[in-house]
Design a protein around this ligand. Structure first.
Ligand code: ADP
Ligand code: TZD
Ligand code: MG
Length: 569
């Protein structure tokens, strides 16, 4: 073929790249291999940032959280069968958490897969992906690439966001077509997540109910953080005068030190409230399904729920005032409907919450000052809390059991979308993927506070962090195991199933790849080490030695463990 001839042609490789770029999707998280290695190279040559991971699951978690942070679908790229399956966990996680993401996997040819003739990494990936995501598409012809990418984007971000699977058989990449025709076939998605206005009657019903409340409460969820209408949400909370509770990843939407925050009076607020406004939060296990002891007397509550997904209403308990629409439009309608003379809730309610908050904060304060060696969670997190207070731009990634629960309750967040964690599933393994995407997408310093078990799920990605020289400081809360380091197996020579090698040196893992590894045993030294990491911006791992007796089984959700009634002799 002459140069003149090739200039007039394009192919699958380039059409996919052009389709992504046309839609401002300029970052890919993935792992290379057949049939996508060259695609990654070409994407990089065309100006797409291609971040290569050590395992697809972490590339997938990176893509998922990139979606949460940017409202654009995060892109994860994998090889076929095993690479696809490794990425699929993250795709399911994205869907569960309502994060927009597109998993793009290379696959084997249909003819061989469908006759099950045993191709290299053969699998019917489309069929397997379908039940685990919002939508799944396969592209067989180069001329369909533009429309397929457009559908994938729209499916991921419109309505309730979620994961989308795009299946690209190997042959597609090399398919050739006329360049001008190819360019014409591309689609720039217009208004990918259109506003969905709530019905005026639903807004009125909600505000009438809210007006009648004696003990109202607002719960902000990660949907509210995702919506990126921070000023409006703050205006709504402040205009209403109602105490609010942030769910984990909604912390910082308003600063946790806000006078209306009921964060430190959570139990009281849930138990006593009479009308609860849910804003982008679901009544799932994280809120005890909206019923049971933590919610006070049965039938004592009425719920107003703002959500883009109509099917979310009445999922666990009756919703007295469903408001279906996007949070921006709903909150705007609420603000308009509240007028200028909205009456603050009864003072006995807001005072009761405030008093409880003050009491609990005061009770906690001295524990956070302790300088015990080995550290307990309060001492270590008291130090970390000051660091975040002094550097509110930092993005905090957090996973573990005790490490998660204590960090969430102790560390105040001051800005929206600065706290990223295990999400709806309480999944371990999000740590390094989320840290990498947070640093790449925002340019901010990242601190990951990781249980030693939690860190292990994605620990090999410290090499990735060093390779791209990202400003990520990992603090491993090393208590020698899962929940505690003290479990004993008295029946065989194997150690108990929850404990790890004692006094492991996770800091040396980081040093192995050229990053900074630091070993600390006291809150004072932890403060110094973290501040050094922030000042240098270098990849850093601080092994923070935590008392192996300090944690409790499953942290705060030990009650979810089934109990055996059989007594073994
Ligand atoms: P949390 O875990 O913080 O309680 P969830 O993930 O359970 O939050 O709930 C988030 C909710 O937000 C989902 O029901 C989702 O449909 C909803 N949501 C996400 N984005 C928007 C949006 N832009 N407008 C309205 N609702 C949204
Ligand atoms: N596997 C996956 C993917 N997710 C999980 N949540 C678990 C296993 C079970 N699990 C938890 O729920 S927390 C946890 C596991 C293994 C680790 C807790 O230990 P840690 O934290 O060292 O991370 P603490 O501070 O020791 O409690
Ligand atoms: Mg641990």
């Amino acid at each position: 073929m002459t140069d003149a001839a090739t200039e007039d042609l394009t192919d699958g490789f380039h059409l996919i790249i052009d389709a992504l770029k046309l839609n401002d999707l300029n970052i890919i998280y993935g792992v290379p291999g057949i049939p996508i290695t060259d695609f990654g190279r070409m994407a990089q040559a065309e100006g797409i940032r291609v971040l290569s991971f050590r395992h697809e699951q972490h590339a997938g978690y990176a893509a998922a959280i990139a979606g949460f942070l940017t409202k654009k679908p995060g892109i994860c790229l994998t090889v076929s069968a095993p690479g696809f399956l490794n990425g699929l966990t993250a795709l399911a996680h994205a869907t569960t958490n309502c994060f927009p993401m597109i998993l793009i996997s290379g696959s084997s040819e249909r003819e061989i897969v469908d006759l099950q003739q045993g191709d290299y990494e053969e699998m019917d990936q489309l069929a397997i992906a379908k039940p685990l995501c919002k939508a799944a598409f396969r592209v067989l012809h180069a001329e369909d690439i533009g429309i397929a990418v457009a559908r994938a984007i729209r499916a991921a971000v419109s309505g309730r966001p979620g994961g989308v699977y795009l299946d690209l058989p190997a042959k597609l990449f090399g398919q050739v077509m006329d360049a001008a025709e190819g360019a014409k076939s591309l689609v720039k998605v217009i208004d990918p997540a259109p506003a969905q206005l709530p019905a005026p009657a639903s807004v009125k019903r909600a505000l009438d109910l809210l007006k009648s409340a004696k003990r109202p409460l607002i719960i902000l969820g990660k949907g509210a953080a995702y919506a990126q209408v921070d000023d409006d949400i703050r205006a709504f909370v402040e205009k209403s005068g109602i105490p609010y509770l942030p769910m984990s990843m909604a912390k910082g939407l308003l600063p946790d030190t806000h006078p209306q925050s009921a964060g430190a009076a959570r139990s009281l607020a849930l138990k006593e409230a009479d009308v609860v406004v849910m804003v982008g939060a679901r009544l799932n296990w994280l809120l005890s399904h909206g019923k049971g002891k933590s919610w006070g007397e049965t039938g004592s509550k009425k719920f107003i729920q703002i959500d883009i997904e109509p099917k979310e209403m009445d999922s666990n308990v009756e919703i007295a005032a469903p408001v279906v629409g996007d949070i921006g439009s709903c909150i705007t309608a609420f603000l308009a409907g509240m007028g200028d003379n909205w009456a603050a809730p009864p003072a006995d309610w807001t005072d009761a919450i405030k008093t409880k908050v003050e009491t609990n904060v005061a009770r906690m304060a001295p524990k956070l000052q302790n300088n015990n060696v080995p550290m307990d969670y309060q001492g270590a997190l008291g130090a970390m809390r000051t660091v975040i207070k002094e550097n509110p731009e930092i993005i905090l990634v957090n996973e573990g059991a005790n490490t998660l629960d204590f960090t969430r309750s102790i560390i105040d967040m001051y800005k929206p979308r600065k706290r990223l964690d295990v999400g709806t599933w309480g999944v371990m393994g999000i740590g390094m993927g989320q840290s990498i995407a947070a640093a790449v997408e925002t340019g901010c310093q990242v601190i990951a506070i990781e249980g030693d078990s939690a860190f292990g799920f994605s620990g090999m990605e410290v090499e990735t962090i060093c390779r791209y020289n990202l400003p990520i400081c990992i603090v491993v809360f090393n208590n020698n195991g899962i929940y505690r380091g003290t479990d004993v197996n008295s029946t065989s020579n194997d150690v108990a199933s929850t404990v790890f090698v004692k006094d492991a040196r996770y800091d040396q893992m980081m040093a192995a790849f050229g990053g900074v590894g630091i070993y600390v045993t006291s809150p004072a030294d932890l403060t110094v080490a973290v501040n050094e990491a922030i000042a240098s911006g270098k990849p850093t791992l601080i092994n923070a030695v935590i008392d192996e007796n300090a944690g409790t089984e499953s942290g705060r959700i030990g009650n979810l463990n089934p109990q055996s009634v059989v007594k073994k002799k």
